[in-house]
Write a protein that binds this ligand. Structure first.
Ligand SMILES: [Zn+2]
Ligand SMILES: [Zn+2]
Length: 143
């Protein structure tokens, strides 16, 4: 199985705000948790699909997606995996993720930023430094 590196958000469930590593797992989760008929336990694919199923098979109306957090129970929204999520919620999610990664990189910066105060002037201008290369040879005096 080849992995294409798409620059995409990590899958998450719009209905309950849970993170997933794989969109396949997310879809399985949605079918099991949010699109499952509470009467016959049939797994549907979307919220509206579930509503239609309950209406046609059991003559029941569903007023919200099961197991969804408050405000995310809209049964009319056709969300499947990461598809169909309202743009404003995608944006909010992106912002939250950005803030998370920013906070993490700031933490790292603080750890490696401590010895910038000391300034050592080690550079000497060349010409003023003389090497004693010529030694006077008068230490040995012949008799
Ligand atoms: Zn969920
Ligand atoms: Zn059913």
């Amino acid at each position: 199985m080849g992995r294409k590196k798409k620059k995409q958000m990590k899958p998450w469930c719009w209905y309950c705000n849970r993170d997933f590593d794989d969109e396949k797992i997310l879809i399985q989760h949605q079918k099991a948790k949010h699109f499952k008929c509470h009467i016959c336990h049939k797994k549907l694919y979307t919220g509206p699909g579930l509503a239609i199923h309950c209406m046609q098979v059991h003559k029941e109306t569903i007023d919200g997606v099961p197991n969804a957090i408050p405000g995310r129970t809209d049964i009319e929204l056709e969300i499947y995996g990461m598809e169909g999520i309202p743009e404003k919620d995608m944006e909010e999610r992106r912002r939250v993720l950005e803030q998370k990664t920013q906070a993490e990189s700031q933490k790292k910066k603080q750890n490696s930023q401590d010895d910038s105060d000391e300034y050592d002037d080690d550079e000497e201008p060349g010409p003023s430094f003389q090497q004693p290369s010529m030694q006077p040879q008068n230490s040995f005096i012949p008799p």
